[in-house]
Design a protein around this ligand. Structure first.
Ligand SMILES: Cc1cc2nc3c(=O)[nH]c(=O)nc-3n(C[C@H](O)[C@H](O)[C@H](O)COP(=O)(O)OP(=O)(O)OC[C@H]3O[C@@H](n4cnc5c(N)ncnc54)[C@H](O)[C@@H]3O)c2cc1C
Length: 393
């Protein structure tokens, strides 16, 4: 996106990538159909040390702007849940569109290109002010293909997730070279794991999917949660994983549409076993395991509903609406969709993505400390920040 925008402005642009294939993450995204944006994109959909940083770029290149590009190329798309737009065909159509636009804008491309040293010599020509400096070829980049001199250098090397797609820490190393601060990195949009002994009772439930509200602090998501043999996954868990802090518990409302305390009070004369009663909401396997675990922790056994007293009914309801569990960790960058943290936004102009202390150096996309929620927001940030820098380089 950045190369295309700069090329359209008549800049001489070279795109360097060490991967053999262009835009591998677009290809594998959205289950192969690229969830390329979200119609409801708002700054609130992003996590960052500075939540306002993304505002300017998102306002100047919106989901509608990207849709207009798709329409120009006759690319079909459809809306899935809550504003998420996916390609009708495979994600390759987006790659072909961006590649075609770059070629039309005169962008040269070098793939399988290993990047070596970056040297920077911001020398304003004698007698000229800083405004003229940008004309100097400040950056010298050594690569396996050639040596490149340029006035601007844009780092768009993404995060650490899925290393076999070509992800490397290159962008963070460039930041270190230029003494640019980095907000703490961690895997985001990632399944959560539990200590094997803690998870043993639940491991056999793998494949069970429940509609839940999962919360951490003030953040909540209502989506599906999937039980896996190592822990929890599914959209609700991926979403909360980007907010979750190690060592702290998550709260899961297993029955978001039901007032369980009232239901149990209504059933206080019933001879139905609690676990059987719960099968109207849960698969039997989950209801059995949940009741067994609840009994182990509270000593309130799984028994007919008419044998619980009021206090016990309240406790059962409270646990079903606020199941508290503490993950032991995440499945890491091999399974994460994104990397949270990154280039500290205080070091960048929110209008252009240029480093305040290093004129001519830009960071865009996932390498920056702006992380989208699940649902097309990460690509929208990549397009918007790429567009912002492409207008400025
Ligand atoms: C499985 C999966 C599915 C996803 N699905 C979606 C989705 O549907 N919707 C959504 O919004 N987001 C999705 N994401 C997130 C999204 O793919 C990223 O946020 C987005 O691709 C970031 O764009 P980027 O240009 O910053 O970095 P990337 O797309 O990661 O591109 C970085 C480029 O830099 C190159 N590079 C890296 N290191 C070097 C180096 N040392 N030298 C030279 N080149 C280098 C890489 O080869 C790569 O081409 C998904 C992510 C994954 C892993």
């Amino acid at each position: 996106m950045c190369a295309m925008q700069a090329g359209l402005r008549g800049r001489s642009v070279v795109l360097l990538d060490h991967a053999k294939k262009l835009a591998e993450k677009i290809r594998i995204s959205g289950g192969g159909h690229c969830n390329f944006t979200n119609l409801n994109t708002r700054p609130e959909n992003f996590i960052s040390g500075n939540p306002d940083f993304c505002r300017s770029a998102l306002a100047r290149f919106t989901p509608q702007d990207f849709i207009a590009l798709l329409q120009k190329h006759n690319i079909g798309y459809h809306e899935k849940t809550i504003g998420q737009l996916f390609c009708d065909d495979e994600s390759d159509v987006i790659i072909a569109m961006l590649r075609g636009e770059c070629e039309a804008a005169g962008v040269k491309r070098f793939m399988s290109c290993e990047i070596g040293e970056i040297n920077y010599s911001p020398r304003p020509p004698a007698g000229e002010g800083l405004g003229e400096r940008v004309k100097a070829q400040a950056f010298h980049v050594s690569t396996s293909r050639d040596e490149f001199n340029s006035a601007s250098l844009v780092i768009a090397t993404g995060g650490l997730s899925i290393p076999n797609s070509g992800a490397t820490p290159f962008g963070y190393h460039v930041a270190e070279q230029f003494s640019i601060p980095i907000a703490k990195l961690k895997p985001g949009l990632v399944p959560l794991s539990f200590a094997p002994d803690d998870w043993k009772p639940y491991a056999d439930l793998k494949g069970v999917s429940l509609d839940v509200v999962v919360s951490f602090g003030k953040q909540s998501f209502r989506e599906n949660m999937l039980v896996t043999h190592r822990g929890l996954s599914g959209p609700a868990i991926l979403q909360i994983s980007s907010y979750w802090q190690h060592g702290k518990p998550l709260h899961i409302n297993l029955l978001p549409d039901c007032d369980m305390a009232a239901s149990l009070d209504e059933q206080k004369g019933s001879k139905k076993l609690l676990s059987n009663y719960l099968t109207q909401w849960f698969p039997k396997s989950f209801a059995d395991v949940w009741c067994a675990q609840f009994a182990e922790h509270t000593k309130i056994e799984n028994k007919p509903l008419n044998q619980y007293n009021g206090k016990q009914r309240k406790e059962i309801a409270a646990q079903l609406h606020g199941w508290q569990i503490t993950p032991s960790g995440t499945l890491g960058y091999n399974k994460a969709e994104v990397t949270c943290g990154g280039i500290d936004t205080r070091a960048l102009s929110s209008k252009t993505m240029e480093c305040i202390e290093v004129p001519g150096l830009y960071f865009i996309g996932e390498v920056v400390d702006v992380t989208g929620q699940l649902g097309g927001y990460n690509f929208q940030w990549a397009w918007s920040s790429g567009h912002a820098a492409g207008q400025a380089v």
